[in-house]
Every structure is written in structure tokens, then in C-alpha cells.
Design a protein around this ligand. Structure first.
Ligand code: GUN
Length: 294
């Protein structure tokens, strides 16, 4: 079997068109959704993510407030900026790009963001609400994965899903979202991680494999059941002298071999990546809409 490619760019473009209309409607009511992006330091991958997020905002009419701080910024100065953004009524969403430099207490910073503006869905209040099935901002990458699956007509109800990776940003929230008693959940989920005894055995049972380990070639063809759906969340830079910038992006899945066994597969780039940014726009628009009903 040769897999059909799930085109994340196309699904994202469709969702962004829907959001563009919502933004236009909000503007007629006097509300321009605003997203503040905070980047500390100059990690090249983080810089390119932040630039892509800001560009996407502008494309659909969201006001983007750019805050780039030097790597030696203190906890105190960063917390003061977060406080200022919490109080700014033009700002409906705050995103502090992770990881932060080592001297900054990441948990303290995430806790300082007003949960109502936490469009990343990383504040413990939003994480807790998500786990118990209450209305909350859903973290963008896992929510993007679920939207890709649903919009590709993949059945989640009763499906055996294996999530490889247990990060706070992807693996843990994704597993929680997939087991919710809801139309976008009802799956049976196994979470594999670095201490799992035999990842291949778990993966071979899966109707859906979601790779979020952060390591190339984590999922090889022998681990995949015929006809399984394979979603690749990995974004890894590998050296490539033929490229102008000296690297290329690869996922966690051995794409060329796995696509011969899977029924559906996401590429890297062009799969989950565009959806992550789209769900950030979605959460920001949702936050702006909530101000109208307050
Ligand atoms: N670093 C990697 N992914 C993310 C994300 O979705 N949000 C933030 N804030 N930082 C990240």
C-alpha cells in the first residue's frame, strides 16, 4: 500500500480562510484580535518559528506585537513584561516562545500569563480544564494533529492510538485530548517514551501512530501495521551540504519507507507544522470573541 499524503498546508489554508472571515467580522464590531509574541535570546529555530507566527497573524488581520529580548534578560524583567501584556486590552493572546534560557524559571513565567490570554494552552489552569473536559484553550500542536485527523476523515472513536513522546507540549496533552469522551476523542491511547520496553511492539498494534519523540528515524517501516495512519510531529534539523542554509528538516518517521505501508501519512515539512500556527490563530480569535460576550 502507498499512503495518501495528508497535506497540512492545504488544511491549514482552509482553516485560515475561515479565521480571516471571523477576524473581519470582529473588526466591524470594533475588536482587532491582538497576539503578543515574546522571544528571549536568539535560538535560530525559535526565531524562525516566531517570525512564521507573526507573519501568519498579519496575513489574516490579527495585530501582532513583537517582543524580542536579549538572552540575559532577568526573570524579573520578563515577568514585568508579561504583567504589562496581561493588562493591555489590545492584546488577546500572549505567547512566550519555549524553551527559555536556562537561568529563567519557565514554570513561573507560564504561571504568570493570564489564563484568559494563554493561547498556547500551557497554563496549569488551562491544562487542568482540558484534562477534566472543561472549555479551555487547547495546546496548538496536539489540537492541530486532531484537526488534521478529523478533517482527513480518520475515525478516532475506538481507534488504537500510540503516541510516541511524553512532552508537556505534545505527548501528554495529545494523549489526554484523545481519551476525552467526545467526538474528537474516544480513542484507546498508549503513550510510549524513552523508558518504554518495546516501542515497536506497541506501534505494531496501532491504527494511528503519532510520533513526537524529537528524534529522526524513531518510527521505521517494520513498526507500522499495514494501512495504519502515521502522523509525524517531529521537526529535526539534519546537516545537508547541498542546502544553502546547511541543513534540512526531517521528522521522526522514516517517511520514504513508512509511506509504503501506511494508508495516510503527514510529510515534514508541510504536515503538522502549518496546523500548529493555525491553531494559535484560532485560539487568539477565540479569545478576542470572548471579549464581546463579557
Ligand atoms: N516551542 C515549541 N513549540 C512551542 C509552542 O507551541 N509554543 C511555545 N510557546 N513555544 C514552543
Amino acid at each position: 500500500m502507498t499512503a495518501k499524503i495528508i497535506d497540512g498546508k492545504q488544511v491549514a489554508a482552509q482553516m485560515r480562510d475561515e479565521l480571516k472571515e471571523k477576524v473581519a467580522r470582529l473588526k466591524t464590531k470594533g475588536v482587532t484580535p491582538g497576539l503578543a509574541v515574546v522571544l528571549v535570546g536568539d535560538d535560530p529555530a525559535s526565531k524562525s518559528y516566531v517570525t512564521a507566527k507573526e507573519k501568519a497573524c498579519e496575513e489574516i488581520g490579527i495585530y501582532s506585537d513583537d517582543n524580542r529580548l536579549p538572552a540575559d534578560t532577568s526573570d524579573k524583567d520578563l515577568l514585568a513584561l508579561v504583567d504589562k501584556l496581561n493588562k493591555n486590552s489590545k492584546i488577546h493572546g500572549i505567547l512566550v516562545q519555549l524553551p527559555l534560557p536556562k537561568h529563567i524559571d519557565e514554570d513561573k513565567v507560564l504561571l504568570a500569563i493570564d489564563p484568559k490570554k494563554d493561547v498556547d494552552g500551557f497554563h496549569p489552569v488551562n491544562v487542568g480544564k482540558m484534562v477534566v473536559g472543561q472549555d479551555a484553550y487547547l495546546p496548538c500542536t496536539p489540537h492541530g494533529v486532531i484537526q488534521l485527523l478529523i478533517r482527513s476523515k480518520v475515525t478516532l472513536d475506538g481507534a488504537e492510538v500510540v503516541v510516541v513522546g511524553r512532552s508537556n507540549i505534545v505527548g501528554k496533552p495529545l494523549a489526554n485530548m484523545l481519551i476525552q469522551k467526545s467526538k474528537t476523542g474516544n480513542a484507546t491511547v498508549t503513550v510510549c517514551h524513552t523508558r518504554t520496553k518495546n516501542i515497536a511492539e506497541h506501534c505494531k498494534r496501532a491504527d494511528i501512530i503519532i510520533a513526537a519523540a524529537g528524534r529522526p528515524h524513531t518510527i521505521t517501516a517494520d513498526m507500522v501495521k499495514d494501512g495504519a495512519v502515521v502522523i509525524d510531529v517531529g521537526v529535526n534539523r539534519v546537516e545537508d551540504a547541498t542546502k544553502k542554509n546547511g541543513f534540512r528538516l526531517v521528522g521522526d518517521v522514516d517517511f520514504e519507507a513508512v509511506k509504503e505501508k501506511a494508508s495516510l501519512i503527514t510529510p515534514v515539512p508541510g504536515g503538522v507544522g502549518p496546523m500548529t500556527i493555525t491553531m494559535l490563530l484560532y485560539n487568539t480569535v477565540q479569545s478576542a470573541e470572548k471579549t464581546l460576550s463579557q
